[in-house]
Design a binder for this molecule. Structure first.
Ligand code: AKB
Length: 332
């Protein structure tokens, strides 16, 4: 840190050096804008850069730094990290489970080749790196009820395979090169002001929009399909907490995090407590159903709770209340 007798200069260099400089890739997906908001509150607006290959909507563009970044272009990535003196990287670019099955080659490029670029950049520049993993990193031979951190992982989707690869490569680079790699396995994430894109758990977001707009919802999973889920605020707070945790607290580098598990039928019943006229029918998408049937039903996250104090805040009833309040007020 630069020491100077000029008090104002000193305070500028103090805040710049004490806060991480964060780059978020895939920033226009379901989670990036919300995470940027949370991190900017903590570290200052200019210390958190959102990036994507798409053009940001006006409100996102005007709310803080946004930059074009293509994770498949190593030179472009390196230039951004160097020019902005990035110290933390949150790597959200990925194709999700259902859309990945529809385009395996693209999913392999983005989820695997892109990750290799990110790992190399992070080692080269000494970055702290967060990569999300998922319940999708497990498969039909994993224990499903509950699913612990360490067990058989033989997923049957390109998304799952790429996420197991990310977990293993990150941990390997940690042991081999000292990379400060941190990874959480997210459940299905439920958010009100951003849409998921091409996942298996998307129904649990869509039901709220359809319930308010049309009063009718057609679910693409069977009524008794149980999956782990989490409200977005819990997910983003977990991400900040694991990134801030002192390294000596982390006995592992990849943790399950959990909040609740429910089926479409249970979710619909909870929504119907507020909107009794909601009509739910079922038209099963065989691809999504097969994926969901191979995923955990309940997620075991005692290591995250023990090591760095993970605790969820939202259960099913609170989640439904938050979603209906937000989407309801937005549509009025
Ligand atoms: C998906 O459904 O693909 C994602 C996930 C659970 O990782 N939401």
């Amino acid at each position: 840190r630069q020491v100077t007798s000029d008090a104002s200069f000193h305070s500028v260099s103090f805040s710049e050096t004490d806060h991480p400089k964060v780059l978020i890739t895939g920033g226009l997906g379901q989670l990036g804008v919300g995470l940027a908001k949370l991190l900017r509150k903590q570290f200052g607006n200019n210390n958190v850069i959102l990036s994507d290959i798409r053009k940001p909507p006006n409100d996102v563009f005007h709310s803080g730094p946004f930059i074009y970044s293509d994770i498949l272009d190593y030179k472009n990535l390196r230039e951004i990290v160097v020019n902005n003196r990035i110290t933390w990287l949150v790597h959200y670019s990925a194709l999700l489970s259902a859309v990945g099955e529809a385009n395996v080659t693209l999913a392999r490029d983005v989820n695997i080749t892109g990750l290799h670029n990110i790992l190399d950049i992070a080692v080269e520049h000494g970055l702290r790196l967060f990569v999300p993993s998922t319940i999708g990193a497990f498969g039909p031979t994993s224990p499903r009820n509950p699913t612990p951190d360490l067990c058989i992982q033989r997923p049957r989707t390109i998304y799952g395979v790429s996420k197991v690869h990310a977990e293993l490569m990150g941990e390997y680079y940690h042991h081999r090169y000292g990379l400060d790699f941190r990874c959480l396995r997210y459940p299905g994430i439920i958010s009100a002001d951003s849409q998921p894109g091409g996942g298996t758990t998307d129904y649990a977001v869509q039901i709220f929009h359809d319930a308010i707009k049309t009063g009718k919802f057609v679910c693409n999973l069977k009524p008794d399909t149980r999956l782990p889920m989490m409200f977005i605020d819990d997910c983003l707070r977990a991400t900040l907490e694991v990134m801030e945790a002192p390294a000596e607290m982390l006995s592992m580098r990849t943790y399950n995090i959990n909040a609740m598990s429910f089926t479409p039928e249970e979710l619909a019943q909870e929504v119907q407590k507020q909107l009794p006229d909601l009509e739910v029918s079922y038209e099963i998408d065989p691809v999504r159903q097969a994926i969901a049937d191979s995923w955990p039903m309940n997620f075991e996250d005692s290591n995250a709770r023990k090591d760095w104090g993970w605790k969820h805040e939202y259960d099913l009833a609170e989640l439904v209340q938050m979603m209906l309040n937000f989407i309801g007020s937005d549509s009025r």
